[in-house]
Structures are given as C-alpha cells and as structure tokens.
Design a protein around this ligand. Structure first.
Ligand SMILES: [Ca+2]
Ligand SMILES: [Ca+2]
Ligand SMILES: [Ca+2]
Ligand SMILES: [Zn+2]
Length: 339
C-alpha cells in the first residue's frame, strides 16, 4: 500500500480554522512584504539600491500576526525556527518585530512568517489531518552571507539557507516558499530529486507552491496583486533580469517535453505549467490537494511520465474520473510521454 493510501486510511479529519483566533490576536506582530514589493505595487522599475529602505514604499509593507511562536521571544515556533549568521537575532519591541528591509532582522521576520504561512496553507489543504503531514515539523532556516544569489535547501541538515546576493533572497516570499517546496518534497519522499527529471519536478513544485501560497496569502489578508500570478520572484529577479515584468521563472510558459535542455530550473517550467493548468481547471484548493497528495507516491528518481501517472491516479482516487481527465490533459498538453 502506498504511503498516500495508507495515510488516507488511518487519517482523521480535522478542520483547521483560518479565522483569527484569540491566540492569533495576541500573537506578536511583524512587518513583512506582501509577497514582494514588485508584485504588490506593480512597479517594475524598483531596484535594490544597495538594500536601502528608500527603495521601497512604506505601503508595500504589511503588519501581520506571527503565529505559532513558542513565546521565547525569538523567531522560533511550531513550523519554523530562524537563525542568522549576518546580524543580530530579531527581537520584539512591545510585541512587534518591526523592521524594514535595510535591517538584517527584516529577512528573519520574512522567513519566519512565510515558512509558517506555507505550512498553514498545507494544513488548510488537509495535510496533517485528512492526509499525512507534508513537512509538518519545525523547519530550520538560516540567513547566510553569500556573495552571489544562493539560497538552497540542504537535505543533510534539512535546513533552508537564504543568501544575500542582489536583493536579499529572503526579501522575496516567492524565494522563501520555493525553498520550502524542496523541504516539503524531501519530507514527503526522503532524498527526492536524484534524477534530472525528479530534480526538475522539484524546482517546478517550488515555483508553483510559491505562486500558490502567495495567492492564498494575498486573498486571505486582502493584499494588492499587481503582477501576473505566474511570475515567480518578481523582486529578487530585478537584479538579474532585464525584463518587464521581472520574473526569475514563470509557471505559464509554453515549453513542452521536447524543449528540455537538461537543466533542472529550465526544464522545471515544463512541469510547473502543467501544475498551473491543473489549478486553472480544478481551482487552487482541489488542484493543490491532488498535487501534494500525489507527491507521496513519487520515487526519489521519478520521471515526468511516472510522476504524471501518479498525479492522474491521485486525482481519480480523490475526485473521480472528470478530475483525472483534467489532470491528464494538463500533462498531455506538455507532451509528457505515456500520458
Ligand atoms: Ca535587506
Ligand atoms: Ca537575491
Ligand atoms: Ca510573483
Ligand atoms: Zn530550487
């Protein structure tokens, strides 16, 4: 019996409330970007300006509750613990972690908020109640000093590290959630990503999850969105893309299986487009429940073909033939063999 099916058999259904609770009302607050300032403002000409506060308008920040903290006064909580090698640890003043982007502590607050938000989204989808948890644990996060853009998930320590090249990586929620996507995959299937195609699926899921969690949060908190939903890392990428819009990658390219170039990020755009199309066909919640649940059945070295088949099968088991057909159509449109 597969991990997914076994867990579905023994799982219990619990409702995860997303309404503000008494605990949330008394949670410390923090200042964060509403995904990222390019996406929230629509201003594609924003630049890093050497990490200056003046580069970004005050209206591109939001004050949010930092939920699930352990009360220790540090950014340690149920789903995330944040450490920094680049500056002092963030500390609340009068119950608020109130920093702006020039302060190293701002990235720490961003990392805590967005890792917690991503796990809350997965819980909201039923992972950790109806289905097994998907990285439902305290995720270690470290802010590191690197010369180049260099954020990554290290599966030895199961730690996410955020670099500071160009725009500091943890100033863009889509970079944070992308890395968290790798942690989710690794938690679902230890060692996931040992083949080129599995690695590409990993990059694709990170990008897709970033888009999906950002959209969920914008809707949940009523934040402005003035950029294409499919544009990943609109803010981090201002330092290395000349485009308008600035996108590190997109989840809506027309790439097909025939367009593979043998590089995981580039080839990931084939897979992420399929995930984006499943979302378009079935809606975010249904799509994401299928997408994440199917991943329990992926082999660490899976192929696009095998992973697509597993996702179609998950859709059929969870929602029936019509949903399975929609999922199959999304992969077929990408020319994935055997679909
Ligand atoms: Ca900064
Ligand atoms: Ca960067
Ligand atoms: Ca975006
Ligand atoms: Zn990645």
């Amino acid at each position: 019996m597969s991990r997914r099916l076994l867990a579905a058999c023994i799982g219990t259904v619990a409702l995860v409330t997303l309404a503000p609770t008494a605990a949330a009302d008394t949670a410390p607050t923090g200042r964060v970007f509403m995904v990222n300032p390019v996406q929230s403002s629509g201003v594609q000409t924003l630049t890093d300006a050497k990490d200056s506060d003046a580069a970004v308008s005050a209206s591109d920040y939001a004050e949010v509750a930092l939920r699930n903290l352990d009360g220790s006064g540090s950014l340690t909580g149920r789903w995330a613990t944040v450490r920094s090698d680049t500056g002092k640890s963030a500390a609340a003043t009068g119950g608020a972690f109130d920093y702006t982007r020039h302060a190293d502590q701002f990235e720490q607050v961003m990392a805590y908020f967005w890792v917690n938000e991503a796990q809350e989204y997965l819980q909201h989808l039923g992972f950790g109640s109806e289905f097994p948890g998907a990285n439902a644990r305290q995720q270690p996060v470290r802010i590191n000093q690197w010369g180049a853009d260099n954020s990554y998930f290290t599966d030895k320590k199961a730690e996410i590290r955020f670099g500071k090249g160009g725009v500091d990586d943890a100033e863009d929620a889509e970079v944070i959630v992308h890395e968290y996507g790798h942690a989710v995959h690794n938690a679902q299937v230890p060692g996931f990503g040992t083949s080129l195609e599995a690695g590409s699926i990993g990059e694709a899921f990170g990008d897709y999850l970033a888009v999906s969690v950002g959209a969920f949060a914008a809707d949940r908190y009523g934040w402005p969105v003035h950029a294409d939903l499919a544009c990943v890392a609109d803010w981090d990428s201002v330092e290395y893309t000349a485009g308008d819009p600035h996108c590190l990658r997109r989840t809506d390219t027309d790439k097909t299986y025939a367009d593979r170039v043998g590089e995981v990020h580039a080839d990931g755009e084939i897979w992420s487009r399929a995930l984006f199309d499943i979302r378009g066909a079935l809606g975010a919640r249904t799509a994401d429940r299928i997408i994440v649940n199917a991943q329990f059945d992926f082999a660490p070295d899976t192929t696009f073909s095998a992973a697509a088949a597993a996702t179609v099968a998950a859709a059929r088991e969870m929602y029936g033939q019509q949903a399975a057909d929609a999922v199959r159509a999304a992969f077929a449109a990408r020319g994935i063999p055997g679909v």
